[in-house]
Design a protein around this ligand. Sequence first.
Ligand SMILES: Nc1ncnc2c1ncn2[C@@H]1O[C@H](COP(=O)(O)OS(=O)(=O)O)[C@@H](OP(=O)(O)O)[C@H]1O
Ligand SMILES: Nc1ncnc2c1ncn2[C@@H]1O[C@H](COP(=O)(O)OP(=O)(O)O)[C@@H](O)[C@H]1O
Length: 149
Amino acid sequence: MSGKSTVACALSRELHYRGHHTYVLDGDNLRHGLNRDLSFKAEDRTENIRRVGEVAKLFADAGTICIASLISPYRRDRDACRALLPDSRFIEVFMDLPLELCEARDPKGLYKLARTGKIKGFTGVDDPYESPENCRYVIKKRNFKLKGK
Ligand SMILES: Nc1ncnc2c1ncn2[C@@H]1O[C@H](COP(=O)(O)OS(=O)(=O)O)[C@@H](OP(=O)(O)O)[C@H]1O
Ligand SMILES: Nc1ncnc2c1ncn2[C@@H]1O[C@H](COP(=O)(O)OP(=O)(O)O)[C@@H](O)[C@H]1O
């Protein structure tokens, strides 16, 4: 709820406008299809990220810029994706927004469920997010405004 999908779509549109082929792989959507057998326990999140990394590599091989909007909370899993692609072709973007802001948005009401214990192992509430240490792009609240919001 940091705005991953919103940024992914905007980036995709802009790159498309500049003549690039793009494709957005959105974690939430993939969990209805390719990754519907996976839960949110740590090893399933790892498998989720691994699969999406492999799919993104296939897109890259075919000449399409793949924008993956997933939580991918564990550093090790993101590093494994980076290692799949030649140097500098994997670009990590960190949505560095305060938890309170994500929680205030909560369009699906999931934080509320997590706070009342109805969902267990929710990222930011009772499951960790490991911030990247040397990330090329960091999006912060002050440079991330939607029109009218
Ligand atoms: N336990 C738990 N923790 C985190 N997120 C949860 C959980 N349960 C369901 N959801 C919903 O799943 C979306 C995140 O899926 P991802 O595939 O991106 O997660 S991960 O990368 O495997 O950690 C995430 O969607 P986004 O809002 O797009 O981030 C949530 O809506
Ligand atoms: N910069 C922003 N300012 C205000 N609201 C935003 C911004 N970016 C996203 N939102 C809203 O926050 C909610 C979550 O955004 P979304 O892109 O779906 O996040 P995520 O993919 O990380 O869950 C949506 O209701 C969206 O309209």
